[in-house]
Design a binder for this molecule. Sequence first.
Ligand code: HEM
Length: 507
Amino acid sequence: MSQQLIVTSLYNSKFVGRFLALIRDTPSLSHQGSVIATSVATLAAILFTWQQLKSSRKQHALSGIPVPKDPRTLVGHMLVLGHLPTTFHKWHQELCPIFRFKLGAKDVIVLGSPSVNQDLLGTHGKFTSSRPERFAIHDFGQKNLRGIVNGVPHDKTWSTLRKSVLNVMGPRRLKEESPALCKEADEFVDQVVNGKNIDPLVPLMRVSLNFIFLTLFSIRTESLEDPVYKKCTYIITNFMRLTDPKKAALSQIPGIRLLDPIFGNQKDISSFLQNICQPFFKTLIENGLDAGRSNMAKALNDELNQGKRGNYNNLYHTINDMVIAGTDTTAVTITFGFLQISTMPDIQKKIQQEIDAFVNKNEFAVTHAASEDFEWLGMLIPKDTWFMPNNMEAHMDPVKYPNPEEFKPERFLGQEDTMGSSANRKAQDRDQFNFGWGRRVCVGSHLAETQMFNIWIRVLSRCNIMPALDKNGNEIPESLETVEVISGPIVVSPAPFQIRFVPRNKV
Ligand code: HEM
């Protein structure tokens, strides 16, 4: 705010003027009294001005960002949110690639354009890389520990954790792990390549978990019946249920927050983390530390506990983050791809030709929050504003992706970057935005990409992905249009559907 504006508003304050006139026109006031009175008046003027400025700043805050016209109630736009991807798409169409809505009293900015997302979350990442306070789950042995997903950049532990994890999840380290990871992909193909109807998401969840378990603890699960697999899926499902961001959003409604201690589920979360997750992760960490090879449990324990054994309170959050953030994200991404391609034999053929040639020659978000007030394009973005990158919309940008509705995998030909390194470039140089934005970009992108690459290459080199058959032997073609989507707390997944993996020489 310019000095001139402050001076003008001081001058304009009727209250100060009247107060000063009173002092001037009252002869009985002693000199000392008038000095005191003048000081009080000045103080009052400053306070008054500060309040005026605050409220005028508040009025201008976010003023350039459009708000949907849909009716707003005490709970903000919560009652008109409906199916989020559809509602957000409608609002993007009606307003612009960036809009805001109210979740209770909270302002949430939805970002659906690569260049705007890059500017706000990348260039202004200093201010926009925090996480919403309400999503933080503090209870995992020690109150002030938050792990990676909920850690905040000004917290040194977060950057230490992120660095260690990136180190273990980096391309060099994953290359060492490559034979074991390829074996997982081969086992998946062995399991499904029988021409029978199958929902691929189920076995893919175990493949994803095994990729993470191998990297974290140097162990794997043997089957869907393996007790370790069953326990882990129980933990993932219940963690998602208990920490659903919609519940956190609900607590943004004025009044409801006050009832949180009575009706909120923070107690259930604490008990779940302490009694179910912690003992399970402790056993897995011990397994990792006993293993004869390097893994993330060892790296983190060396870094944070100087290799000492017994107390892993400072590791649990991060281990939990990896398991939760890394399992269904990758499994669902691959499953959507299989669904999409199951009715496109021509595209499969093209990919297979390339794989065959290659194999013959070789052998093979999450919501951000503003950590402080800052100015963006001349308007104030207040501390604690939430930013929701809408990646679905960003991938529909017609400038970056001409005819975005069309499935054209060849549009990515010529992109030599790995997905992981592309994720760390500026929006205009990125091929896709699935791994998020700015300082919080996904730490598991290399692992996810390794898994997706291994699975796709192995599946398409050995099978054709085809529609399921009904009992009369007729094909039931499924696509993104026919299979419903389920919006989960972290990912949008396909409702159960079936396809077939038919051995290539049997078609
Ligand atoms: C296709 C698979 C995956 C996708 C699409 C994906 C996507 C994302 C996205 C969008 C974010 C948020 C970035 C932001 O805040 O802007 C994220 C963060 C994160 N991801 Fe992934 N992810 C995938 C796989 C994985 C895997 C395999 C792991 C670990 C084993 C992982 C671990 C994490 C962690 C720990 C964060 C939080 C980073 C931070 O807040 O600093 N992700 N991911």
